[in-house]
Design a protein around this ligand. Structure first.
Ligand code: SF4
Ligand code: SF4
Length: 400
């Protein structure tokens, strides 16, 4: 792996300008779909309803009953947490509010010989609990939401992370490649739901573990702070034109969660492995985006709507166009992840070669090779269903 701690850290800091302002969670496009009449529509309401309740065939391959059944089931754990304290406490855990702690903090604190030992220990436990990647950074309060959201009224409410919280443990869970290759479809939506449900599981377990060691821990999914900049600072990957964190191990195919803590931990450094330079020439995500919500050209400072953060020089999407497309389709879209040349199985030699080429002057060759291998081409859900049925059938026959 190419670790360029100082260079990558400098690049990150240089992107933040004097116009920077902390982001209000109420301006997130998913929140606006509830309170902003310029976003809320029959389509957005049908989108949210379909995400939870729909289990009937609608149109075409990838949108049959079994596809919706798979997708909606994949969200069940995340949904259960989101709903468990809505009545009577008005909390949406994992979306607007951290996951509630249900057991007391241990009275005594476990002592580690130093912060490096503590960090290695916490990373090992996080992986045992199911995280695929773990990074640690100091809590940069610029990326805490300026205000959170009241789940019932959709009004702003204080986003209080205590001053004694010093560190953030960032957790990444891989989304299955074969599901991501089927975007757009309800079948592929199971990749996102599985990611959320796994994050809730890992985050809840790790935060409980840290509290059992006698340190405070706040388990957070999409609530409380912006995940991507904290994950960049924690050395998990680089920012891509498609607005995602692109990791060395799984490319953009991950979901992020975090645990805020006061346990003293050694921090990781930002990394660079050629993503920024590749994105400057690639543009496959922008070309493939159906509503043309992704930019071409260099990173720019400037917000396209209130759903973009201000004062950061970066590639910025038109969130209104993007979510409008999701709402019309009644399903989430991640075409920009599917087509990315970093979205591949890096256990295979050709993928390792492509990733290597993408960080050299032979970048164009890497992009050409990725296209030749047809890596970003959409896979058919009907073929995937047949394949998993037949492989399950062969396993059963073998076991007889
Ligand atoms: S998720 Fe879909 S609509 Fe949104 S930016 Fe990506 S490709 Fe475009
Ligand atoms: S598709 Fe290309 S431009 Fe878009 S994020 Fe991936 S590497 Fe960057």
């Amino acid at each position: 792996m190419s670790y360029v701690g100082t260079v990558a850290a400098r690049r990150f800091d240089a992107q933040i300008t004097s116009n920077f302002a902390r982001f209000h969670q109420r301006d997130d496009i998913f929140c606006r779909a509830w309170w902003d009449p310029s976003i809320r529509s029959p389509d957005t309401e049908s989108f949210f309803k379909a995400s939870r309740d729909e289990a009937t065939a609608r149109r075409g391959e990838g949108f049959q009953q079994r596809d919706f059944a798979l997708r909606n089931a994949s969200w069940a754990v995340s949904d259960d947490y989101a709903n468990r304290n809505f009545d009577p406490h008005d909390l949406r855990e994992g979306y607007f509010d951290p996951l509630a702690q249900t057991r007391p903090l241990a009275d005594e604190q476990e002592k580690f010989p130093d912060s490096h030992t503590a960090a290695a220990h916490i990373k090992a436990v996080a992986k045992l609990f199911g995280a695929d990647l773990v990074g640690i950074t100091l809590l940069d309060r610029r990326f805490l939401y300026e205000a959170s959201v009241d789940a019932r009224t959709m009004e702003a409410k204080p986003n209080a992370v205590p001053e004694f919280i010093t560190h953030v443990i960032i957790l990444a869970c891989e989304m299955p490649l074969e599901l991501v290759q089927m975007y757009p479809s309800a079948t592929a939506g199971a990749a996102t739901g599985l990611g959320y449900s796994r994050e809730v599981h890992v985050c809840r377990l790790l935060s409980q573990y840290v509290r059992n060691l006698g340190y405070e821990a706040i388990a957070s999914i999409n609530d409380t702070a912006l995940n991507v900049p904290l994950a960049i600072k924690a050395g998990l990957g680089e920012y891509g034109r498609n607005q995602t964190l692109i990791t060395f191990q799984f490319g953009p195919r991950i979901r992020l969660a975090k645990v805020f803590t006061n346990l003293p931990l050694a921090c990781d450094q930002p990394i660079a492995f050629g993503v920024h330079e590749t994105c400057q020439t690639c543009t496959r995500c922008s070309r493939a985006c159906p509503p043309k919500a992704l930019p071409f050209g260099d990173p720019q400072e400037g917000a396209l709507s209130r759903s973009n953060i201000r004062g950061v020089i970066k590639w910025t999407s038109d969130a209104e166009k993007c979510f409008g497309y999701w709402a019309k389709m009644r399903a989430d879209c991640a075409i920009c992840i599917r087509v990315c040349p970093y979205n591949r199985d890096f256990s295979k030699f050709p993928s390792k070669l492509i990733r290597f080429l993408l960080r050299t002057r032979l970048r164009s060759l890497g992009l050409w090779l990725s296209d030749r291998l047809r890596s970003g081409v959409r896979r058919r859900p009907s073929v995937w269903w047949r394949r998993i049925e037949s492989s399950a059938g062969s396993r059963e026959r073998e076991s007889r």
